[in-house]
Design a protein around this ligand. Structure first.
Ligand SMILES: Cc1cc2nc3c(=O)[nH]c(=O)nc-3n(C[C@H](O)[C@H](O)[C@H](O)COP(=O)(O)O)c2cc1C
Length: 355
């Protein structure tokens, strides 16, 4: 069991707010599929009417969407969906947006209805501090703030949130605006104004950076959310400084069975790497993140028995320093140690040995 802000949860996987959490029944499916907790679709004063279409698949297990908040009235969540979740024993996080006026009207009612935790979200991140302070005075359940990745000095901002009383941080929301065009028609792929928000595999490196920046500055737990598609992605998030792993796009694209797969793959990887717990691996990367521009010293190692002679290493070398004949050769005068040859090697025949 894991402990999320005083609540026992069966796995550290938290399903982020999205289309799969549109109702109590849909959230129960995610919970039964292995989620430790599930965040509702964002609840606001009024239900959303979404553009059509509002979700498209983009490259590399990624989506662009301009889906708004929940299309249920808040009364539906308060009177029916949250009580149902409570009754079904689903650990639920009520996502509330996007203004102080709205959160002040909704949070107490959601707590009374049976929400376990409140997650506050806003299009304008500066609203989050007053929203956290106000919610703190209204409810006794824990409060999470969910940040967009575009917050400047995100670590310092999270320190302010911590001072305001936030109990945890979700890092982060989708990245954008972004859009795609159907070249056959010249139209944007999404309806509405055509713009949307990028999620899934392609945003993981941005998420990792935000988790890292935030975890340098705060002591509250971090839910890493944005681009986790595999257990190894989850380990990366933890190594950057996350305490819990959020996912949203993965089950949308791959189905809810991916939740248990990600969890098992995450545990297998942690064990293989010699970590007994999330805490042991949490933030491990911080010790290697140098501030200086000095070259990290490494040398190449080549394992002949792993090499398939695909010559990708040769092809990507901008300086023509790689030469794979009978043996792997390197022109040390020309090599700039950019490392791309290692990075593209499909079998890890080429590796860096840090000195
Ligand atoms: C179709 C769609 C709808 C979403 N709706 C919401 C929402 O209502 N509220 C919210 O806070 N985040 C929403 N999100 C953002 C996700 O919770 C999450 O932050 C984002 O997808 C990044 O995680 P991922 O890469 O694992 O998908 C939505 C994401 C998608 C794909």
């Amino acid at each position: 069991m894991y402990n999320l802000l005083g609540i026992e949860i069966k796995t550290p996987i938290i399903i982020g707010s999205g289309p799969l959490s549109y109702s109590a029944e849909s959230m129960k499916k995610l919970y039964d599929a292995g989620a430790g907790a599930v965040v509702t679709k964002t609840i606001r004063k009024q239900r959303a009417i979404n553009p059509a279409p509002h979700m498209v698949k983009s490259t590399n297990n990624s989506l662009i969407n301009n889906e708004k908040w929940t299309d249920f009235d808040p009364e539906r969540w308060i009177d029916e969906e949250i009580p149902k979740l409570k009754e079904m024993g689903v650990v639920n996080i009520a996502s509330v947006g996007h203004t102080l006026e709205e959160s002040s009207q909704l949070v107490e009612r959601l707590e009374k209805a049976g929400a376990d935790i409140i997650e506050l979200v806003s299009y304008d991140y500066t609203d989050l501090i007053p929203m956290v302070k106000d919610t703190k005075n209204r409810v006794s359940i824990p409060i999470i703030a969910k940040l967009p990745p575009t917050v400047p000095n995100i670590g310092d901002f999270c320190m302010e949130l911590e001072k305001a009383g936030v109990d945890a941080i979700t890092a982060c929301d989708s990245v954008g605006p972004a859009f795609r065009i159907d070249i056959e028609t010249g139209r944007p792929l999404l309806g509405g104004n055509g713009f949307g928000w990028l999620t899934g595999e392609v945003i993981k490196p941005i998420t990792l950076h935000k988790i890292y920046e935030i975890s340098k500055k705060v002591n509250v737990p971090i839910i890493g959310l944005g681009g986790c598609m595999t257990g190894a992605d989850g380990v990366e998030m933890v190594m950057a400084g996350a305490n819990f792993i959020g996912i949203c796009t993965a089950p949308i694209i791959k189905g809810e069975n991916i939740i248990d797969k990600i969890y098992k793959d995450f545990c297998t990887n942690l064990e293989r790497l010699g970590y007994d717990s999330i805490d042991e691996a949490c933030g491990i990367v911080h010790r290697y993140m140098g501030e200086s521009n000095e070259r990290t010293k490494f040398e190449f190692s080549w394992q002949e028995d792993r090499c398939t002679r695909c010559k990708l290493c040769e092809r990507v070398c901008a300086y023509e320093a790689r030469n794979l004949k009978d043996m792997m050769e390197l022109d040390e005068e020309e090599c700039r140690y950019c490392g791309l040859c290692i990075s593209v090697c499909p079998t890890k025949a080429l590796e860096a040995k840090y000195l």
